[in-house]
Design a protein around this ligand. Sequence first.
Ligand SMILES: Cc1ncc(COP(=O)(O)O)c(C=O)c1O
Length: 235
Amino acid sequence: MAFPYRNEADSLRAKPSLLKLEEAPRLDKSSRPAAVNVPNDLAAHWMPFTANRAFKKAPRLLAGAKDMHYITVDGRKIIDAAAGMWCCNAGHGRTQISAAIAKQAEALDYAPPFQFGIPQAFELASRIAELAPAGLDHVFFCNSGSEAADTALKIALAYHQLQGQGTRSRLIGRERGYHGVGFGGTAVGGIVNNRKMFGTLQNRPSPRASRNTAHISPTNWSAWSTCTAPPPSPR
Ligand SMILES: Cc1ncc(COP(=O)(O)O)c(C=O)c1O
């Protein structure tokens, strides 16, 4: 079924300069071609946490990255002051990193993580456990911060269940906090707009819990009066 009206695509059609193929200059001297095919229809891709219509009217499209810079499709260099989203701190386009990724993909591109393991995961877990403070000696790998946040909440709830304290189910977040896009992370996140369609999500895991996600001021941990949920009921 065709969409009756594609607002974002229409707005792009009015800007023919966006439709031509652009070539991004490369900062390194490798022989790999750098032609960048800019799509002429940006409508289908729903972008997260982005004002989609505004973005697609004036898209900021990136074509490459090297060291501390991004390179836009029209060839401008932009300093990446945030290291991606705090995850490219070693710099962009590091050949040691891309070579290691390529080597592993050639040797074993994917293995199921359920009931199978790969040696490198065990080795990395041991190295992280060695670096972590005493008592933090087990590692659970996740694919994203969102998955990590939801997993941490699940571990906390399961831990108290196993301790025989299943009513300890109240999760406390901070106002304005961000913990990703999963249900749990959204619930404990303190960005009101992210929650407004979903409420606090983590509702009533036990019959005694009323509403078990609360938010407190980022500057005042003891300020129960500012919670968006009532304090825990006495046990
Ligand atoms: C504290 C925190 N939790 C969770 C996330 C979500 O991470 P991801 O985008 O990898 O899902 C972020 C990302 O900025 C974060 O800063």
